[in-house]
Design a protein around this ligand. Sequence first.
Ligand code: FAD
Length: 158
Amino acid sequence: MSSHGSDEEEKPCRACSDFKSWAKSQKPPKPGAPKKDSPPKPTRKDCPLDKEDLGQATWGFLHSMASYYPEKPTKAQAKSMTQFFNIFSQFYPCEPCAIDFREDLKENPPQTESRNALAQWLCERHNTVNEKLGKPEFDCSKVHERWKDGWLDGSCDS
Ligand code: FAD
């Protein structure tokens, strides 16, 4: 195994932690690293994703994909979408999140027979995570407003 590979194994998992916990777990800077009085990085936008960033970006992708899924998928499309979620759950970079998601998928396999079935199923999966984290439940009747059509009050129209 390359030294690069073993270095990676020693690093704490940033995608499994919030940014503050991850930053606290970091070692002091190595000699030669930029000093504290170097200009700070302007933003974190070019840095690796922490658990929250990764979760927000991933849910955005997954819900958008569900809201644009065919209303009447072919059997092959439905099968592919089921496979997608099973594969996704093996490789989601936050390992503790992925373990729980795989358990949830066992009890609640993807509903891929239509766009609405998939979007509602995914909304429920997200609500399961919300509940675990003490976040508010999302109203799944509004999932297409949130992720495809924009809110009925027109606030996304301009
Ligand atoms: P998010 O939960 O990221 O939601 C983003 C936006 O989605 C919200 O602003 C809202 O507009 C919309 N939304 C909210 N709920 C729903 C819903 N039910 N349906 C449709 N839209 C909705 N974090 C952990 O700490 N532990 C975990 O075990 C964990 N497991 C995860 C598993 C998966 C598969 C994913 C993708 C993420 C997981 N996360 C986990 C991350 C976590 O779900 C959040 O993404 C993260 O905490 C940031 O939350 P947030 O409040 O910014 O909004």
